[in-house]
Design a protein around this ligand. Structure first.
Ligand code: DX5
Ligand code: ZN
Length: 236
């Protein structure tokens, strides 16, 4: 097994984490943009789109490798790809810390094992219309569950509150089984929607446009953290 540098620590499972998504950053000055949030974010969310699983194309391992030289943040790579297995090793070598694949693509069990073998933190994502039951059999094999709160493909879409029932179901399953698993939400997160997600049980909040679309991204990240913290249950 060959991977890149040792993975950065993900932090305590279940603790509140803010993960700015670089999808809404200026790709022409990514390192500077990431630097603007590095002291107010635990993770950096990297959206990888293949033009097939979603109708958009973004970035791949070379950009992760470039950013790795500029940032010590935990890189949380969200692989919106039909065949993520072909690229997991490249992401690991590039300096990804965690990778998240979608449960809607085939061979989830194999992909999760592949990520584990590469030393990656293991994430599993579900689209808004994918039920909890699709995630449930895999909860013991992952470090992170991502409940999409928009249909993936683009930043700047509206938060879907109807996903909160699924978030609550995942949270209950994690807590009932005492699993060391993070629960992430992604899509339309801002200071207004963050409390809804946190109240339902999410502890990792991805935000793209709300942070990088803000004149002072660090203030936006702080505002999301503050709003979410007030809504989290005391156990987290
Ligand atoms: C959507 C991506 C998200 C996106 C979120 O397909 O997975 O990570 O960047 O962007 P906002 O926060 O603008 O909804
Ligand atoms: Zn994402």
């Amino acid at each position: 097994m060959t991977t890149g540098a040792p993975a950065r620590h993900a932090g305590e499972p279940g603790a509140l984490k803010i993960a700015p998504s670089i999808l809404s950053a200026d790709f022409g000055s990514l390192a500077e943009e990431v630097g603007e949030v590095s002291s107010v974010a635990e993770w950096l969310h990297v959206d990888v789109m293949d033009g097939h699983f979603v109708p958009n194309v973004t970035i791949g391992p070379p950009v992760v490798a470039s950013l790795r030289r500029h940032s010590g943040l935990f890189f949380d790579c969200h692989l919106m790809m039909t065949d993520p297995g072909d690229f997991l090793e490249a992401f690991a070598k590039a300096g990804a810390d965690g990778c998240t694949v979608h449960v809607e693509v085939a061979d989830t069990t194999t992909l999760l094992a592949q990520m584990r073998g590469l030393g990656l933190r293991v994430g599993l994502a579900a689209n808004p219309d994918t039920p909890f039951e699709a995630l449930e059999p895999h909860l013991g094999a992952v470090d992170l569950v991502l409940c999409m709160t928009v249909f993936p493909g683009f930043g700047g879409q509206s938060f879907m509150p109807e996903v909160m029932d699924k978030v609550a179901a995942v949270r209950a399953a994690i807590d009932d089984a005492h699993l060391a698993v993070d629960l992430e939400v992604d899509g339309g997160i801002d200071p207004e929607t963050a409390p809804l997600a946190a109240r339902a049980g999410a502890n990792v909040l991805v935000a793209g446009s709300a942070i990088f679309g803000h004149e002072r991204p660090w203030e936006a990240a702080d505002a999301i953290r503050h709003a979410a913290r007030g809504a989290m249950t005391p156990s987290r």
